[in-house]
Design a protein around this ligand. Structure first.
Ligand SMILES: [Zn+2]
Length: 340
C-alpha cells in the first residue's frame, strides 16, 4: 500500500509499505479516502525546531475514511461505514479527557501527521475511541475538513469566544481554509460578518459566502474601515490567525469588553502590545489550538445539514506537495484536499 512519508525536512516520498496487521483489541482499521491540508502540514514539511518527532514520518493531519475492519471488543462500527479520526493521541483517562476537553489532554502522545505517523496512507489502525462516524450524505472530501478546519473554528467561535446571534465579528483572512469556515458559521448564527482578504477576486468570493463587508487589506486599512462600519464602536469578536503586525489592529477594532480568539500567527509569532489598552478596554484574548471530539461531531452535523467547506483544489496523493505549495501561495481560497 501507499504511504506518503516525510524523510527529511522538505522531502516527501511516496513509499510502498506493507499493510497494517489486522486491527487489535479496541481498534478499527480505516481505509483513508481524503486528506485535507492545513498550516500544520506546512510547519511539519518545513521542519519546526520545537517539534519532537522521528523521521520517516507519514504526513497528513486531517482526513476522512471508511471502516475496513473492526478489532475484538469494538462495537458501533461496521465495515464500509464513513468516519473521521481525531488526530491527537489523547490518553482518554486524564481529567481533561474525562471532561471532554480533549485538546487539553495532560498526556497527549502527539499529533498524527506532525509528531507521529499521520493519515496520508491507504490503511491504518487506530483506537476506535478516536474515530467518529460520518453520515452517508457527507462527501468524503468534505468530511476530511471536519477534524481540524471545521472543528477548530467551532472551538474558537463557540467554546472560546462564545459568539452570540446578532453580534458583529471581524474574520481575518477570510479566504483561508478556516476563514471561509468562520464566515459560514458566523453567518449561519445570524451575525454581521466583516472580513479581510488580500485581493479583489477573493473579495468577490467572500461576498458570495455571505460576508456582509469585505475589506481588501492591501488597498485599505481594515482598522479604519471596521471602525467606520461599526460607528466607531468596534466589533464584538475578532477571529484571528494571522498575527504579526495586524494583531494590534485586531485589538484596536474590538469594542470595549470585546473578545479576540486566535489560533495562528502566519504573519509572525511575536508582537508588542499595550497592556494598558488590554485592561482598560477589558479585552478578552483566547488562545485556541485544535478542538474537542464534540467540536468534530458538531461540525459533521453542520455538514450533514448542508454547510460544506469551500474546496479550492483537489490533488491526488502523489501531488500532495503541489497542494502544499498552493496553500503556501496565498492564492488559495478555501481548502486544499488530497484524494485517494
Ligand atoms: Zn488525557
Amino acid at each position: 500500500m501507499r504511504a506518503l512519508t516525510l524523510v527529511a525536512d522538505r522531502k516527501l516520498e511516496l513509499q510502498d509499505v506493507p499493510p497494517p496487521q489486522p486491527p487489535g483489541d479496541g481498534e478499527v482499521q480505516i481505509r483513508v479516502k481524503a486528506v485535507a491540508l492545513n498550516h500544520l502540514d506546512l510547519w511539519g514539511f518545513r521542519g519546526m525546531a520545537f517539534a519532537k518527532r522521528q523521521m520517516p514520518l507519514v504526513v497528513g493531519v486531517e482526513a476522512s475514511g471508511e471502516i475496513a475492519a473492526t478489532g475484538p471488543g469494538v462495537n458501533g462500527f461496521r465495515p464500509g461505514q464513513k468516519v473521521v479520526m481525531y488526530g491527537g493521541l489523547t490518553c482518554g483517562v486524564c481529567k481533561a479527557c474525562r471532561e471532554g476537553r480533549d485538546n487539553l489532554c495532560e498526556k497527549v502522545a502527539g499529533i498524527m501527521g506532525f509528531h507521529v505517523d499521520g493519515f496520508a496512507r491507504d490503511l491504518l489502525n487506530m483506537s476506535a475511541r478516536l474515530v467518529i462516524p460520518v453520515l452517508e450524505n457527507v462527501a468524503d472530501r468534505d468530511a476530511a475538513c471536519a477534524p481540524i478546519a471545521f472543528a477548530t473554528v467551532e472551538h474558537m467561535l463557540f467554546d472560546n469566544a462564545k459568539l452570540q446571534p446578532g453580534e458583529t465579528i471581524l474574520v481575518q483572512a477570510g479566504g483561508s481554509g478556516i476563514g471561509t469556515v468562520a464566515i459560514k458559521m458566523a453567518k449561519a448564527l445570524g451575525c454581521t460578518v466583516i472580513t479581510t482578504v488580500g485581493d479583489d477576486a477573493k473579495a468577490e468570493k467572500a461576498r458570495a459566502l455571505g460576508a456582509d463587508h469585505v475589506i481588501n487589506y492591501k488597498s485599505e486599512r481594515f482598522e479604519t474601515i471596521t471602525r467606520k462600519l461599526t460607528n466607531k464602536k468596534g466589533v464584538d469578536v475578532v477571529f484571528e490567525h494571522v498575527g504579526g503586525e495586524g494583531f494590534n489592529g485586531s485589538l484596536l477594532v474590538l469594542k470595549r469588553g470585546g473578545r479576540l480568539v486566535t489560533c495562528g500567527s502566519t504573519a509572525g509569532p511575536s508582537i508588542q502590545f499595550n497592556l494598558m489598552q488590554l485592561f482598560q478596554q477589558q479585552y478578552k484574548i483566547f488562545g485556541s489550538f485544535g478542538a474537542t471530539m464534540a467540536n468534530i461531531r458538531a461540525s459533521l452535523a453542520k455538514m450533514a445539514k448542508g454547510m460544506t467547506p469551500v474546496i479550492d483544489l483537489e490533488v491526488p496523493l502523489a501531488e500532495f506537495e503541489r497542494g502544499l505549495a498552493r496553500l503556501e501561495s496565498r492564492q488559495v481560497f478555501g481548502k486544499v484536499v488530497v484524494t485517494f
